[in-house]
Ligand binder design. Sequence first.
Ligand code: SF4
Length: 376
Amino acid sequence: MRAFSTFILKVVNRCNIDCDYCYVFNSVDQSWRTLPPRLSPATARRAAERIAEHARTHGIDSIDIVLHGGEPLLAGVEFTRDLLLVLREALAEVSAIRFELQTNATLVSPEWLDLFEAFDVEISVSLDGPGLMNDRHRLDKRGASTTRAVERGIRLLKSRPAVFRGLLAVVDLRNEPVAVHDYLASFEPDVIDFNIPHATHDQPPVRFVPTMPEYGVWLSRVFDAWVGHDHQHVVRFAEDIMALSCGVKGSVESLGLAPSRIAVIESDGTFESTDTLRATADGQSKLGLDVFRNSLDEVLDHPSIVLRDGGLESLSEECRRCSLVEVCGGGYLPHRFRSSNGYRNPSVYCADLTYLIGHVQRHLDAAGWEVGLRRK
Ligand code: SF4
């Protein structure tokens, strides 16, 4: 059954800091300039009604709502409380709603903590590494470091049980991977996500030795740091590659062939495809559908979503023939993009994915796990 179960709500279309790699504000797509700075309660209510309708139609009793931005804490505590009340009320018939929020953590205060606790909101924080490693990209609008403010925010989040959930870091090859991993692990998150920078065949990733799978090597060193110790946290790409290699379903849309279950709703009520497609070319994430006129089933049937979720059928010939395709899935959709032919290309990170998956699978082999890839 194809259906959405995770709904990303773009609560705020502004940010208080200025990360140079941000796909919302510093990419070719500048649509944030014409979108409402905040999601209105009326739009949120309509979005929630659409989600409830979708849950009813597909018999979904458990959903994730992710409050996202920009920086969602710019919405303010009172506004967000009202928003959560609206969502809870409109989604009363859904038996399990999990609220999550992605933040830079610089604006966390005791009032926010009270709200997060009251609504069981799980918080993930963006942080690329210690000190200067984070400061390579994640500076404030005057060009000053944000690292201390983020660390303070994480400490506040950790002062309440079950609020702080995870960390998200973007890879920079100049940063030492084990130092980044161990620093992030020192905050004792449940989950650490590592994202490779957004890049396309038109705008390839920064590399220092173009013939080397440098991102694959970097992430493999993170993998080794993670499996080498008795860590309590999950490194999501590593767990997903191990699971997919053993024929078990993964959990992120950037790996594997399973359809994404994520729907994105902008602050004006328009539905988007994968929001990071804004990093590829102007308008690539737009669907021309919105919560006022269209159902989520119409979103499922939109050609861009059918392509996104098309599995093997939507991939390039090279990927379809690849022995790693069940795990790799052709790479994350934005990384397949080329302006001359769209998305039927191997990922611009193909060599890195090949290296990384091979590295993880050799570890599984050595540990006595059966790496069994069966084409369905
Ligand atoms: S991107 Fe590369 S590794 Fe991934 S499925 Fe395609 S050919 Fe295989």
